[in-house]
Structure formats: C-alpha cells, structure tokens
Design a protein around this ligand. Structure first.
Ligand SMILES: Nc1nc2c(c(=O)[nH]1)N[C@H]1C(S)=C(S)[C@@H](COP(=O)(O)O)O[C@H]1N2
Ligand SMILES: [Mo]
Length: 248
C-alpha cells in the first residue's frame, strides 16, 4: 500500500517499532491491522468486543486539533474519528467506574523487539472517566481524510488534544473501566517526569526542560505553549480544585 509520506506522518513516536522517529513508518509498513478487535469491558453493564468494522460504523467526523508532545514539538492534525463517549455509552459504564484504561497490541513477531525501548510493553494509558467522556476526546481511525497510517496507530488510537501526546495511545486492542487509577506506561518508566494527568501546561517544567515554548514542526521560530494546549475554555473545569503542579 502507498505510504502517506510527509513530514507530519513520518515523524512519529511509536516505541514498539522504533525509538527513531523517522524509522517508525518504514518499520511499521507491514503491520497487519485486519482483522482487528477491541475488547471493551471491566465495570460496564454490557461488555462487548468490537471488530474494527463495527467501530468504523460509528458516525465518523473530522476534527482538526493541535497536538503537543511532551518533548517540545507540536503539529496541527486533521483527525477522522468519533467521540470515545459514543463507544463508552454503548457498553453502559457502571456507577462504580471512575477511570478508563487502554492497552496497545503487543506482538513481538510484528514489532521489533530486539532493542530496549526504555519502557515496558504492552503500552498502557488511562484517563479519569470524566476526561474520557469529554466531547473533545476521540478515538481516531484516520487522518488527512485517509484511514489511519500504521505509524500513527492503525487501525484506531486515542486522541486527547489537551494532554501531552503520550496519553494518545496507539493501536488499541483493549479498553477497561476501573474503579482505581490505572498504571500508565510513562509514569511507570519515570514517575517524577510523567504524571497520570499530563495536561499540557507551560507553567510546569519537565524536570529536564521548560515547557513554556514549543517547536511547531515546519516553522522556524518557537511558539508559546498554551495552557491545556489552547483548550482551557473547554476543559479547565475538569480540574477545578486540583493543584496542577502537584497532580501534573
Ligand atoms: N502504543 C504507543 N502509543 C503511543 C506511543 C508509543 O510509543 N506507543 N507514543 C506516544 C507519543 S510520546 C506521542 S508524541 C504520540 C505520537 O503520535 P504520532 O506519531 O501519530 O504523531 O503517540 C503516543 N502514543
Ligand atoms: Mo510524545
């Protein structure tokens, strides 16, 4: 298949394939994403395993979002997908569910496993349930009007535009609702560097660099990083009463 090839889709973080951003697309070229299922369960009324074809039947919409990696680079990406809320309502969360957790496929036969990426696999992520139900949170099945390229997390990945990119977990096979805050991959690897919330926040420096500015890929000067990546009007209320310097 023709590979979508431009600087936006060939500059990736997908450590299962490579820790070198410009090698991911080539290493993921033969990644098999059909058939594909996503098992949705845990604290829900009606656990269900969806085939990717079922998920593609949810009404798909285009969402143009800013995307900010914790490393200090950013992009603007036209995603195609649907609100995570649509999927979660379908399985009817129980009132005891407080968090939603996600897991990426880990298949060492397809994913290069001969190097140590510095993180454990399968890659896992999580959100508080109200974050997961927020209308800006989507499951993306494509970008630039095309089906999701392998390197960007085919066939379905999470996109949470007000959080650092590592929360936007790729190639999801499992979604589980839980009562307790779940472990997350980067928090396990370096808890003092990557918190559970990881909201884009120019006022909280990474221990090794400032987060006040960012390099938009393709531009020549750095931009100021915006609180909640520019989505404060929509999401700040989710964090009222929290100390975002402590609960980062
Ligand atoms: N499974 C998995 N998901 C992942 C990652 C990863 O290594 N593995 N990297 C994360 C990071 S750090 C970023 S910045 C984004 C990058 O997404 P993109 O390559 O589509 O721009 O994916 C996130 N999701
Ligand atoms: Mo990232």
């Amino acid at each position: 298949m023709h590979r979508v090839g431009n600087k936006f889709t060939n500059y990736n973080n997908f450590y299962e394939f490579s820790t070198n951003k410009t090698s991911v697309a080539r290493k993921a070229e033969n990644f098999v994403t059909r058939p594909w299922t996503v098992e949705v369960g845990g604290l829900v009324q009606t656990p269900r395993t969806f085939g990717i074809e079922d998920l593609l039947k949810f009404p798909q919409e285009e969402r143009v979002y800013r995307f900010r990696c914790v490393e200090g680079w950013s992009m603007v990406i036209p995603w195609v997908g649907f609100p995570l809320k649509t999927l979660l309502e379908n399985v009817e969360p129980l009132s005891s569910a407080k968090f939603v957790t996600f897991e990426t496929l880990y298949d060492p036969k397809q994913m290069q496993s001969s190097f140590y990426a510095g993180i454990d696999f399968p890659y896992v992520e999580g959100l508080r349930l109200d974050e997961g139900l927020h209308p800006l949170t989507i499951l993306a099945t494509g970008l630039y009007g095309k089906q999701m390229p392998n390197q960007n997390g085919a066939p379905i990945r999470l996109v949470v535009p007000w959080k650092y990119g590592f929360k936007s977990i790729k190639s999801i096979v499992k979604i589980t609702l839980t009562e307790n805050e779940p472990p997350t991959t980067w928090n396990i690897a370096a808890p003092n560097e990557y918190g559970f919330y990881s909201n884009v926040n120019p006022n909280v420096a990474h221990p090794r660099w400032s987060q006040k500015t960012e390099q938009r890929i393709g531009e020549y000067t750095r931009r100021e990083t915006l609180m909640f990546n520019g989505y404060a009007d929509e999401v700040a209320k989710l964090y009222e009463g929290m100390d975002l310097k402590k609960d980062f």
